[in-house]
Every structure is written in C-alpha cells, then in structure tokens.
Write a protein that binds this ligand. Structure first.
Ligand code: SF4
Ligand code: SF4
Length: 216
C-alpha cells in the first residue's frame, strides 16, 4: 500500500516519543555538547598520520612515497621529501616527509589516500569539532598537526588497528629472523675464510721450510 513506510516511520517516532517518558533507551538524541554519542568504529572524517612509539616525528610511518598525493581526487595533499632517511619499524632506512600538508577545507573524506597507502601510515580520524575562525590557514594542517599515535588509532578503530599491529609484529619477527640468519651466515663465512687463510699460511710456511732444507 502506498505510504506504508511513512506510517511505519511515524509509528516508530510516536513510540519513541511516548516511551522516552518512561525509559531512556527510547531517547534517540543527546544533549550535545554536554553529552556525546561515542563514534562508531567505521566513522570517518579527515585523515591523520599514524606514528609509532612516543615521539611523533621519529615515529611517523609515512615514507613520503607520494602515492596518496597523486591519488587524492581534489589534490589537497602536498608532500615534500626529506633527504635524511630514518629507520622504519623493521630497522630499514626509509625516506620521510619534510612537508606533509592536507587542506581539510578541500578534503572530501573519500578515504582513497588511506586505501592506496602501502605503509598503513594514513588513516581516517573521527574528530569532527574542527571549526576555525581562519578559514584558509586554520584548515591547512601540517605533519605536526596531522600526527597522531598508534595508541589513538587503536582507540578509534580497534579492529583494523589490531590487524595491522599483528601484521607488523610478524614483519618485525621475520626481519629479526632474517638478520639473525644473515649474522650467522656471515660468521660462518668469516670462520671458513679464517680457516682457509690459516691453512694457506701453514702450507706456504711448510713449502718455504722444504725449499730451504733442499737448498742446504
Ligand atoms: S580523504 Fe580523499 S580527499 Fe581527503 S585527503 Fe584523502 S584522498 Fe584526498
Ligand atoms: S601517507 Fe602513505 S601513501 Fe602517502 S606518502 Fe605517506 S607512505 Fe606514501
């Protein structure tokens, strides 16, 4: 029947209205800003840069590959590479951003930057109270303003952050095992070389002694 959906919706509204006088679970709104409904895990607003550890800049996961800058539809990301490299979470020297700006007055929260980032370095924030009196400069965020800890990321997106943490822990274990295997192979190689050198020196000494006694 035409209009059934409207009738059902109005019935639900009436049920909530009457019910809210006797039970708080029927309240569909809160007294914002004093009260806030916790953000859902898949909620998203603008991107932020994830850092590991306690210090933001040394811990930034971003390696300034510029993929997100190229893929951002409204081109609101601006990156400049720093020539000085820093070790990443597995100890590999990586490029870092000297400049990383996002103009959130242009950002359309599409999350493409997050999806294309191969390093889990950029994620979507749930923060929404971002009003500014400076419409342009105030909404152009630099890497210091964009940097937020992995602890914060775990708080707002616990499921995906836990999956990423697990992958990274496995990467660290693999890198440690690879480094240990390399150190062992290097040590064996050095021992074999030392042994060969010692044998060669002994052979040379023996041949020089033989040559000397033949001459006498
Ligand atoms: S969310 Fe979309 S528009 Fe915003 S910075 Fe990322 S790619 Fe660009
Ligand atoms: S946020 Fe990710 S995709 Fe963007 S520059 Fe950094 S590492 Fe590359």
């Amino acid at each position: 029947m035409l209009g059934t959906g409207i009738i059902k919706g109005m019935a639900q509204t009436a049920k909530n209205f009457v019910g809210s006088y006797r039970d708080e679970q029927y309240l569909t709104t809160v007294q914002y800003p004093e009260q806030r409904i916790p953000a859902k895990e898949n909620n998203r607003n603008f991107p932020f840069l994830v850092f590991d550890g306690e210090e933001a800049m040394p811990g930034l996961r971003c390696v300034a590959c510029q993929i997100c800058e190229k893929e951002c539809p409204p081109q609101c990301i601006y990156i400049e590479k720093d020539k000085n490299k820093k070790p990443d979470y597995v100890g590999k020297a990586q490029v870092q951003p000297l400049v990383f700006d996002i103009d959130i007055s242009v950002c359309m929260s599409c999350q493409i930057c997050v999806e294309v980032c191969p390093f889990d370095a950029i994620k979507m924030d749930t923060e929404f109270e971002l009003s500014q009196t400076d419409r342009f400069g105030g909404l152009l965020l630099d890497k210091h303003q964009l940097a937020k800890s992995n602890t914060y990321y775990r708080e707002i997106h616990p499921t995906e952050a836990a999956a990423i943490d697990q992958t990274r822990e496995e990467d660290v274990k693999k890198a440690a095992a690879k480094a240990a295997a390399k150190a062992k192979a290097d040590a064996e190689k050095a021992a074999a070389k030392a042994k060969a050198d010692a044998e060669k020196a002994a052979a040379e000494e023996s041949s020089s002694e033989t040559g000397g006694s033949e001459a006498t």
